[in-house]
Design a protein around this ligand. Structure first.
Ligand code: PBG
Length: 318
């Protein structure tokens, strides 16, 4: 006769209460940040086809959205700007009256409790769409770093609580830290040159006009290099490290978690969101279940906080 198993893991799976009692990973509104896009105009809400939840919003509409998010219990947003005009240097990025700076002042005044994180990069502001100044067909690192520090300082001046440099220039965290000794900084430390940013580039109007970002963003096959990026960003004064994208890079999140004791963030990017939206719209899967499973997987891999377009839905789902 075969012995009956003494250990039966199904015993603790029998009811939802038992499952909840032994659940190892949880999702909470405390751990999510909602990305938002500010654009010129008034009364503008310009959604992207097939990506409900992601839209360009004029500042009045952005303020309204932030009010809704705060009322639902979302505690932090990540702001991007789409400027009226772009130029070679991306000078709209550090303009005291630029789109993000004006959005910051408006949201700060109207929704004071919300924590405002800004994405620090030049790609939405440059006419060529690259993340820095282009010299002889290449992004010039050190000149760009100075402009990024100016940009971050102008965000804080306008009311940003946290800055998040996403450009992947060498040394930018150090330059921003020197300019802003008191500001929390979440570094996009391991940011890969990913195909999953496609929908974002449509909404942010930031696709490079020539070439691609592989000369500054990371090569997808590498993980040891991600750890070197993280170590440098911490040395330069980062408070938290981000891995981006999230779902195709869960191993990187895990590796960063195991190596470093600082908070680890992950960016569940536009393409990850778009895939689920498209499959759900076609009736192939349940959006809520797939989104919750994705987000919990990112937390289980080791992320403390998640930047996600599902933040608002999560507020309703939890
Ligand atoms: C700016 C930036 C990008 C994203 C966040 N910050 C685009 C890029 O690097 O091309 C992507 C976010 C997303 O896909 O949701 N550099």
């Amino acid at each position: 006769m075969t012995a009956f198993p003494v250990t039966r893991l199904r015993r603790l799976r029998r009811t939802e209460t038992l499952r909840a009692l032994v659940r190892e990973t949880r999702l909470s509104l405390d751990d999510v940040v909602m990305p938002l896009f500010a654009c010129p105009g008034e009364g503008v809400v310009r959604p992207l086809a097939g990506l409900d939840g992601i839209a360009q919003r004029s500042i009045d509409e952005l303020v309204r959205e932030c009010g809704e998010l705060a009322a639902l219990g979302v505690r932090a947003v990540l702001l991007f700007g789409i400027p009226e005009e772009k130029d070679e240097l991306g000078s709209g990025a550090w303009d005291a009256n630029g789109i993000v700076q004006r959005a910051l002042r408006a949201v700060r005044a109207e929704v004071p409790g919300l924590t405002l994180v800004t994405d620090v990069c030049l790609c939405e502001y440059t006419s060529h769409g690259h993340c820095g100044i282009v010299r002889d067909g290449e992004v010039a690192n050190d000149e760009t770093v100075e402009l990024l520090a100016r940009t971050a300082a102008s965000h804080v001046e306008a009311g940003a609580d946290v800055v998040a440099p996403s450009d992947m220039m060498d040394g930018r965290v150090g330059a921003i830290r020197e300019a802003l000794p008191q500001t929390p900084l979440i570094a996009y430390a391991a940011k890969y040159a990913s195909a999953f940013y496609g929908p974002f580039r449509e909404v942010a109007e930031s696709a490079p006009a020539f070439g691609d970002r592989r000369g500054y963003q990371m090569d997808p096959p590498n993980v040891r290099e991600a750890l070197r990026e993280c170590a440098l960003d911490l040395e330069e004064g980062a408070d938290a490290l981000m891995v981006k994208p999230a779902l195709p890079y869960l191993d990187v999140i895990r590796a960063v978690r195991e190596r470093f004791d600082c908070p680890v963030a992950a960016y569940n990017v536009s393409g990850e969101y778009a895939m689920v939206k498209a499959a759900a719209a076609a009736g192939h899967l349940d959006e809520r279940a797939a989104a919750l499973e994705s987000l919990v997987a990112i937390r289980r891999a080791g992320a403390d906080l998640i930047f996600t377009y599902w933040a608002k839905d999560l507020a309703r789902w939890l």
